[in-house]
Design a protein around this ligand. Sequence first.
Ligand code: FE
Ligand code: CA
Length: 525
Amino acid sequence: MRSRREFLSLSSRTAALCALGPLQLKEIGAGAFIGDKHIKIGRRSQTISYESPFTLGVASGDPTPDGMVLWTRLLTGIDATPEMTLPVRWEVADDDTFQNVVQTGETAALPQLAHSVHVEIEGLKSGRDYWYRFHAGDATSPTGRTRTAPPIQGDIDQFSFVFTSCQHYERGWYTGFRHMAEESIGLVVHLGDYIYEDGPGIRTDLVRLHDANETHSLEDYRARYTLYKSDPDLQTAHASFPWVFTPDDHEVDNDFADNHGEDGTTGKAFLRRRAAAFQALYEHLPLRSTSIPDGPYMKLYRRLRFGRMMQLHVLDTRQYRTPQPCGGRRAVPCPGQHAEGATILGEDQRSWLLNNLDRSSARYNIVANQVFMAKLLEGRKRLTLPMDKWDGYPADRQQILNLFGKQRPSNPIVITGDIHTNWVNDLKLDFDRPESVTVGTELVGTSISSSGDGQDMAPQGNNAMGHNPHIKFFNAQRGYVRCEMTAKRLRADYRVMPYVTKPNAPISTRASFIVEDGTPGAQEA
Ligand code: FE
Ligand code: CA
């Protein structure tokens, strides 16, 4: 492994237990991890040494103008007394050396939530950086940097964020996250596939292996998050910016739809699995208490505001959807796409989204979405559509496109993950008529590691380019998309790496696209 984590030898274990003091003595047993990790935070480089139990790092999320959620999890080791509630102190400071602590408090790491900690901070100043850390016993967590959102009515000159998705642990190193931590941005938006549920792979180009079979139980999902979150580059990206997270399918099961799993499991049996998956998801991400799961139900769609510059409309396209029509996957169009009641958002989320878009006063309306929204016709003799994407649910898509066209919310831009490749699409009022008006823009971002190295394919190498005139750009390398907004335009930089199956890949901007304020559709810069 690349991290310098190691199991303690017997003698050093005894020494460490003494150093941890009475509080931690019971909770850190034989086999507990003791780490010694260097976390580099953004451009301000610093070395932080820490000991168990903070080996999964820290995170922050869902920023508001006066706060955010702070997250960590105490990994208490295999001899932990699992029923113990552990007190955890937290600090928020103006500076990375904690000379000027502005808030501090104590919370409880509950065994029912795998000793995860979610602290919802309020009362900070808008639009500025803060630093935070946790203490348990004598142990101190690594330091995280976070940022409050701009004031609600504030006019800011500029706001930048990155969006990312799809981080299959076996398929590549998380070099992209290390580069992300160096970006000048105020936010990371993660569009799902944070974990993958499958067992160890058999390909010969895997860089590391899942350490257990396909996840089904709460213990399985917890162990999978623990494995993924042990990656130092992922930890660095979390510790550098607040994140807004929404899951896709692999946090539960590939291509799941409501209570339907991939292998045909449906109803209560699948909902038991979804409840386990959602609980572990909540335990490992900086989500607000409004997202605490109630069994298999978890409220993930939500809106965040970033001054008058941006509203972020965060979607959940898995939990409320009807099963994929026409047999799912890629299929020839069939009447099932237009079945009565077919939906990808569900009624409540759909009206919530349409209302919010209609009423929004933000300059940019960013829809944080999982699956490809534009039409994606492919094939040679037999033309097919991807039924797991919005193509499988044309009625919901048309309602959104109609709203874009008629109510004309300011600069609607859909950002998308899932498909492990980069695309730029015009969103057409009527995808079947190329001359139809462009009413919005879709920016599709590639994976951090899923699908392995990828390649910078020529457009003619992609069959979809010929069938879909609304597609402006395609690239199949790994990376993420950086977006910068000003009053005049949004600029999207497609950041790519030449490989991920070897460490230390450099990153560069493959292409940049501009959405001019008031003009739907993107133009290459
Ligand atoms: Fe994926
Ligand atoms: Ca997916």
